[in-house]
Design a protein around this ligand. Structure first.
Ligand code: HEC
Length: 162
């Protein structure tokens, strides 16, 4: 399952790659890949991806599923994943417009206690209360958000002036 990473906050990118590299984040292949690069090379990659335009997946989903996902988002996730999941900074990844299948696979891992996935305690506690169906609904919700609208704002968050 491959996420969309163009336009990713370079600071979050670095933090993610370091976690993979140091084995602090569960992965099947990313740990090995990240381990093969030095700090400078990772910084180069972070800059490269941050400079690319984010292309939202915009995967359409059934209205009922999206509505259920929107409710879960508001109640449990919006506090950190602001602006319908469009917000990103050095700690928070963007969810809006991400591939729903990728989000779901991540959420299942985040919710599983024995899988090592760095996350705030609050997020862990919220996820513990959600069923597989809830996670699928919220993934479908983020997947269909039109994330292009907030691009200018996101670029400010990146500290980029272009
Ligand atoms: C207290 C703040 C907070 C809350 C509440 C929260 N999150 Fe998160 N979320 C984060 C942070 C911080 C990360 C990044 C973790 C890391 O990789 O270090 C994250 C990461 C994620 C990711 C990984 C995205 C990716 O690209 O890998 C997903 C998916 C996600 N959150 C979904 C949710 C959902 C769904 C909810 C609500 C049920 C939720 N989060 C609630 C802060 C929060």
């Amino acid at each position: 399952m491959v996420p969309s990473i163009a336009g990713m906050d370079p600071r979050y990118f670095m933090h993610l790659m370091q976690d993979f590299k140091q084995g602090e984040r569960y992965s099947t292949i990313m740990g090995r890949i990240a381990g093969g690069y030095g700090l400078l090379e990772l910084r180069e990659m972070a800059r490269f991806f941050a400079g690319r335009e984010w292309v939202p997946a915009r995967v359409a989903a059934e209205a009922d599923l999206v509505a259920a996902g929107a409710t879960i988002h508001e109640e449990h996730c919006a506090e950190c994943h602001e602006d319908a999941g469009r917000y990103q900074d050095k700690e928070i990844p963007r969810l809006a417009g991400q591939w729903p299948a990728y989000l779901l696979s991540q959420l299942l891992d985040y919710r599983t206690e024995r899988v090592q996935m760095p996350q705030p305690d609050k997020m862990r506690n919220r996820l513990a209360k959600l069923s597989d169906a809830d996670l699928a609904a919220v993934s479908a919700y983020y997947g269909q958000v039109d994330a292009t609208k907030a691009l200018a704002q996101d670029e400010t968050a990146n500290g980029d002036s272009h």
